[in-house]
Every structure is written in structure tokens, then in C-alpha cells.
Design a protein around this ligand. Structure first.
Ligand code: ARG
Length: 470
């Protein structure tokens, strides 16, 4: 069957092919159902390529003008919903080329000179991902700002701090929230870093070996905003490391969102009761009228599975591939598209949750930190300040806690006489040291939860994240 893209008929391939594809194989092979997502980038890449061909004298300026005009027309058709490729187009690259040939006739057939779909798809994917990274980085920042706003309004609020999910020591709530701001800062830096390796042009590597056509790779790279070029054509068409790195970076974003999500779920439970969920971000039960469910953090926690799964999928897809291009690579797209949309949706939902989906119940938090043994370390520290060796102080406080537990008392309930029976160095100022607010305030070491230290951090973050009122 003669014709195809280059022949202008209905079939895609060269004269070497005599029969059309089996319909099931046509469906199996096609990526147009999802790689249409790359349309804008495919058009951008083709325009840069056509201009470069003219600069290099491979085609005339008039031909380049025609090609670019046709490509812009396809963009306009798509914007109006009139560009609707089908399975027979196989993928977005063929779909565009076919339409171009239909629009321009023979000139359209010159676009693919000195280029292959292998370097083309790599170019499209990088351009697309670079744009998405440029949207995700500010989204991470917006979420950090939402966390920071909550932190700023809870500079003086206390919350139990846990280890092993056992009450450990009270902390300042702002300090707890700022821990997430730190994690997200690393996420932002990772995305900036991945972007550098996304922003390298494979265009001009052609199928795998370069091309005898006198092209100028630096010209297309510059026109498309790439920072540099792949130095090796085989590497250029077969590198998908950036897809793995990006998915790993978003996996860590998901880890952080999910950890916070888990805390919100715990805080909202009746057992804990530290936050109240607003109607804007919670749902009810179809059966139990009293319920209000934390769907947002639960969904975020649940969606980690798909992002981590895509990361694993990409690694597995790449690991056994010989150089250079293999059709396996077609599998990178749906994974990457889903990592981007899931990461972005989760960031958006968690930002809304932080901004208007929950409020901290200061009464409950206050009561929680007052009614436990999370000030036990502070008695030991009190004794240490009076020259008792730490390990000895630790043992003494252990006996005190044991005694209190057996009598149903808290540390502050013990009389001074009884305290002194445990150690003579104890005096009445111990009671001040036991108060939760004092316990927190005393942790003045750098990076600690002491109010002054936290205020330093709040000011620094307000500046870094462009928020007033730090
Ligand atoms: N649809 C293909 C992909 O997504 C485009 C590249 C095809 N190249 C090829 N030699 N079959 O990877």
C-alpha cells in the first residue's frame, strides 16, 4: 500500500508495507489517545525545527513560513476543538504531520527533514515537563504559605509532641507546622534541580545517530529555551532519567502531604479532637448522620500509591532497554502525566484544607498538654541544673512517674514534701518549670521549640515566602 504520511494517502508507512495493521494492533500500538496532551509542545518543537531548516538553507524561507503558518493553523483548529485525530494517526507527531500535509500539500512533506519521531518525542516531553515543573514549583510555595499562615496564628499555641505516637514533650504548634514548611522547601529545591536535567535538548539526534542534513542543533535548542544539548545522540533519544527523577521528587512531595494528612486525620478524630474540620473540606456519611469525614487527607494518603507505582513502573520500564529508542518508552507518558496531575491536585487540595478546611481547637490542645507526663524530662533537666547527673535524675523521675501513675496523680499534683522525699534539691520553683508553657519556652537551643526560636523561624520564613506579618 503506497502513500502514508510521506505519500499523502491513508496509510502511515513507506512502500515497504503491503498490508494495513490489524485493527486490534492498531489500537494497541496507538498513543494518540494520551499523547495529544503534548500537542502544544509538538507544534512549538516543529516550528523551531522548520525555522532552523531555513536558516541552514535546507528549505527556503518561504517554505518555512508556510510550514509555520500551517502549524499555527493546527493550533487554532485545536483551540476550537476542530483538530481531532483518530487511531489511524497513531500518535500526536503523525497526526500533526498528516494535517500539515493535508493543509499545505507537498511543502508539508518537508517538515520531517533531518528529524525522527525519536528525538521529536523526547523534545516534546521535556518541553511539556518543564512547563509543568514551572507550575508545580509555585504551587509548592503556595502550600508553604498556607502552612505558614496557620503557624503565624499559632505562635503561642501548644500541642503534644509525640515519638512512637506516645506523648513525649509539648511543642509550639507553629514549630510543628514549620517542620512541614521545611520538607516542602526541600521539595521545591528538588524540582528546581530536576528542571536542569529536563532542560536539555535532544532535538537533532534524529533516530539515534544524528543526521547528514546540515542542521544546527544549537539554534533549535536556543529557540526552545533549552539550556544545553545532549552531547551523544544515542543518549539523547534513550534518556528517560529525568522522568524517574521527577517522579521521585513528586513521590517525596506526596510523602510529605501524606504525613501531614495522617496527622490531620488523627487530630480530627474524636479520641484526639485537636482540629475541627470545616464543611468546605469534609463530607458526611450516607448512613451515620453524626459523622464528618476527613476525605481530603485520606485521598491524599491514598493517592500516594499511584505516584509511587508510576515511579516503580518507570524504573522497571527503563532498566532492561538496550540503546537506543525502544517502543517501551511510549509507556513513559501516561505515568508522567498522572504523576503531574496527581501531585498538582493533592497540593491544591491540601492548600485549601490548610487555608479554610480546618481550625485548631485551642481549648482541647491546652487541656491535652496540661494533663500528661510530657513534662517529665523537665524534672530531670531541673535536677541536672542542680548538679544531679542526668542518668541519676532520669531514674529518680522514673520512680516519681511510677508513683503518680499508681495514685492517679500528675506531676504537678505532688506536694513539695513528697517531691523532696525523692530528692532534697527540689524546691518550690519546680512547679513553674513543670508548666507546659514554661517547658516549651525553655527549649531555647537552635532549631528548638522555644517561643523565641520559633519566632526567629517565623520571621525568616515570612521573608523567604513573601508573607507579611512575620
Ligand atoms: N509514540 C511514540 C512514543 O511515544 C513516538 C516515537 C515513536 N518512534 C518510533 N520509532 N516508533 O514514544
Amino acid at each position: 500500500m503506497a502513500g502514508g504520511v510521506t505519500g499523502g494517502g491513508s496509510a502511515t508507512w513507506s512502500d515497504r508495507f503491503e498490508q494495513g495493521l490489524h485493527p486490534a494492533i492498531e489500537r494497541f500500538n496507538a498513543s494518540i489517545g494520551f499523547d495529544i496532551t503534548l500537542l502544544q509542545e509538538d507544534l512549538d518543537g516543529s516550528i523551531a525545527h522548520a525555522r532552523m531548516l531555513a536558516q541552514c538553507g535546507v528549505i527556503s524561507e518561504a517554505e518555512a513560513d508556510q510550514l509555520c503558518g500551517g502549524l499555527e493553523q493546527i493550533r487554532a483548529e485545536a483551540a476550537e476543538g476542530r483538530f481531532q485525530p483518530g487511531l489511524e494517526d497513531e500518535d500526536v507527531h503523525f497526526a500533526v504531520e498528516r494535517r500539515l500535509i493535508a493543509l499545505l500539500g507537498p511543502v508539508g512533506k518537508k517538515l520531517h527533514t533531518g528529524r525522527s519521531r525519536n528525538d521529536q518525542v523526547g523534545t516534546d516531553l521535556r518541553l511539556w515537563l518543564r512547563r509543568r515543573i514551572d507550575e508545580l514549583i509555585p504551587q509548592v510555595k503556595t502550600f508553604q504559605q498556607a502552612l505558614l499562615r496557620q503557624a503565624l496564628s499559632h505562635r503561642q499555641t501548644l500541642i503534644p509532641g509525640y515519638t512512637h505516637l506516645q506523648r513525649a514533650q509539648p511543642v509550639c504548634l507553629a514549630h510543628h507546622l514549620l517542620a512541614y514548611v521545611e520538607m516542602l522547601e526541600r521539595d521545591r529545591q528538588r524540582l528546581e534541580d530536576v528542571r536542569k536535567r529536563v532542560n536539555v535538548s535532544p532535538l537533532g539526534a534524529a533516530a539515534l545517530a544524528g543526521t547528514p542534513v546540515p542542521i544546527d542543533r544549537r539554534s533549535t535548542a536556543a529557540a526552545l529555551g533549552f539550556e544545553s544539548l545532549y552531547a551523544n545522540s544515542l543518549d539523547a533519544v534513550s534518556d528517560r532519567d529525568f522522568a524517574v527523577e521527577f517522579s521521585a521528587a513528586i513521590s517525596l512531595v506526596m510523602v510529605h502531604l501524606s504525613r501531614l494528612g495522617e496527622e490531620v486525620i488523627f487530630w480530627a478524630s474524636e479520641e484526639c479532637g485537636f482540629v475541627r474540620l470545616s464543611d468546605r473540606c469534609a463530607t458526611g456519611s450516607s448512613l451515620m448522620p453524626q459523622k464528618k469525614n476527613p476525605d481530603v487527607p485520606e485521598l491524599v494518603r491514598g493517592k500516594c500509591g499511584r505516584v509511587f507505582g508510576h515511579l516503580q513502573g518507570l524504573l522497571t520500564m527503563i532498566k532492561g532497554l538496550p540503546l537506543a529508542y525502544n517502543k517501551d518508552f511510549q509507556e513513559d507518558k501516561e505515568a508522567l502525566f498522572d504523576v503531574v496531575s496527581t501531585g498538582s491536585q493533592c497540593l491544591e487540595a491540601m492548600t485549601i484544607l490548610m487555608d479554610e478546611g480546618l481550625s485548631f481547637r485551642e481549648d482541647r490542645l491546652e487541656a491535652a498538654v496540661a494533663a500528661d507526663f510530657s513534662n517529665a524530662t523537665d524534672v530531670a533537666d531541673y535536677l541536672v541544673a542542680r548538679q544531679v547527673p542526668f542518668r541519676e535524675a532520669y531514674q529518680i523521675v522514673g520512680s516519681v512517674v511510677k508513683q503518680c501513675l499508681s495514685e492517679g496523680l500528675l506531676l504537678r499534683d505532688l506536694s513539695l514534701d513528697r517531691w523532696q522525699s525523692f530528692h532534697p534539691a527540689i524546691e518550690s520553683d519546680l512547679y513553674d518549670a513543670l508548666a507546659p508553657r514554661q517547658v516549651v519556652a525553655a527549649r531555647t537551643s537552635e532549631g528548638g521549640t522555644g517561643f523565641d526560636r520559633v519566632q526567629e523561624q517565623l520571621s525568616a520564613w515570612s521573608e523567604r515566602l513573601d508573607l507579611a506579618n512575620g
